[in-house]
Design a protein around this ligand. Structure first.
Ligand SMILES: *Cc1c(COP(=O)(O)O)cnc(C)c1O
Length: 433
């Protein structure tokens, strides 16, 4: 499977296995497969008789023909050992629950697959691979958990001290073993700057360094698998509209890639909070990144969505074409809270703030189109990760056992000042080689 860089589609091609070890193309563009593999119509007909890990395995064989089949099969069984149930809440609307993984967010699908794939690719190397990540909250948890216990890989997570929620902090800091958590006395941007500097520091040339960035194809490709898992749970012949709560737009791009693979999706709806760069692009054709603004659905507070270039690349950069396949809607925090309340009162179903943004978009699309197609809202996180919102609404939230247990574990993080040389001193003394 060959890949190109979105900066230069006609330029140099890279094998997919190289692309996922590099993360970003050398020219700074995003990798995309030259040709998206297709499933057969018979495969789609038989999907009802498959399990989710089997669906994931059969799809990953198409992307990774170089990888031993037995390795891929156990990789998928291990990475996707939790369900993604489709729960109908009203006549046209169903919720695809993507929060049953260990960190209670859909990022587990991509992070667990990538961790195991990099672990496998790295297993022939003598030196450990050091993954450096800066996190503002959610990514750190999914990446730490995904890589925990993966042999030959060592992860260092930098987070801004006192600026991630207490539960998010526990998800990063209590694992230990090959996961090192560092609280930096600074902001997320300071953490990011330290990671970026380390990745290009000639003094660290003896170490094998990499990042676990969300734009890596090894995180994106497995996200297209659960769209097929949704289809498996529908009546034969269904052509659903998928509604995707979006920030960096990886999830939506994965859905469109699934459609190219043969998923019978009739349309996509991009739902955002007030960081509405893509919905406003869909209105007037102008892509205008802006500084992000804080909202209740904070995993979607993105002012310059990095996967937009992939969206353009899939549709040949033409606004008219994109617009006919993707609709966009944006909502305020007040509307989001109201959406949570409405769905709770009407259907006795508790959405998280990201899923609520998705529900509002599904409802609006349905009212504007009246097409009688089923609508599937991707529920990207569990409500327990956002307790503040439910305190405002006076709705009690049950904390899943796993999260509650993790909250009681010891915080193993160390604190460092916002100073690059102090970080490097720590890194060297922690990793003598
Ligand atoms: C990361 C995240 C999103 C946004 O997903 P993108 O792929 O960046 O669009 C939405 N919801 C939750 C809970 C997330 O963690």
């Amino acid at each position: 499977m060959q890949c190109f860089s979105t900066h230069n589609p006609q330029g140099k091609q890279f094998g997919l296995l190289d692309a996922i070890q590099m993360g970003l193309a050398p020219d700074g563009g995003l990798f995309m497969p030259v040709e998206i593999p297709k499933v057969t119509s018979q495969w789609l007909k038989d999907i009802q008789f498959k399990t989710f890990p089997a669906i994931a395995y059969e799809l990953s064989v198409l992307y990774f023909p170089e990888v031993d089949k037995q390795v891929l099969r156990s990789l998928c069984e291990d990475a996707f050992n939790f369900p993604a149930p489709l729960v109908p809440i009203s006549r046209p609307v169903s919720i695809l629950e993507l929060f049953h993984g260990p960190t209670l967010a859909f990022k587990d699908f991509g992070a667990r697959f990538m961790a195991r794939m990099l672990g496998y690719l790295n297993s022939r190397e003598k030196l450990p691979l050091h993954i450096l990540v800066a996190t503002s909250g959610d990514t750190g948890g999914a990446v730490s958990d995904g890589f925990h216990g993966v042999e030959g890989i060592d992860v260092t997570v930098l987070f801004p001290k006192g600026k991630v929620s207490p539960l998010q902090q526990k998800q990063i800091t209590t694992l230990g073993d090959n996961i090192h958590a560092i609280a930096i006395e600074g902001t997320f941007d300071d953490c990011q700057a330290i990671v970026k500097q380390a990745l290009v520091d000639p003094e660290l040339i003896g170490y094998r360094l990499s990042s676990a960035n969300s734009i890596n194809l090894a995180r994106l490709i497995p996200q297209s698998f659960y769209y097929f898992e949704a289809l498996r749970q529908m009546s034969p012949g269904a052509r659903p509209v998928f509604v995707v709560p979006s920030g960096n737009f990886g999830n939506l791009v994965a859905g469109i890639m699934a459609q190219r693979m043969g998923l019978p999706a009739s349309h996509f709806v991009a739902a955002t909070n007030i960081n509405d760069i893509v919905p406003s692009y869909l209105k007037d054709g102008l892509f205008r990144p802006k500084p992000s603004r804080e909202t209740l659905s904070n995993a979607m507070d993105v002012g310059n969505p990095s996967n937009f270039r992939r969206l353009e690349s899939l549709y040949g950069s033409t606004w008219n074409t994109i617009k006919s396949h993707v609709s966009g809607y944006a909502y305020t925090d007040e509307e989001t809270l109201d959406g949570i309340k409405q769905v709770f009162q009407k259907y006795n179903y508790l959405l998280d703030p990201h899923g609520a943004v998705g529900y509002l978009a599904a409802d609006q699309y349905n009212r504007e189109h009246q097409e009688d197609q089923p609508l599937i809202v991707l529920e990207t996180a569990h409500p327990a990760k956002f307790l503040a919102a439910y305190e405002r609404l006076g709705i009690p939230v049950e904390i899943p056992q796993r999260l509650a247990r993790q909250a009681e574990k010891k915080d193993l993080s160390i604190t460092l000042p916002n100073d690059y040389s102090e970080f490097i001193d720590w890194f060297r003394s922690a990793h003598h080689q």
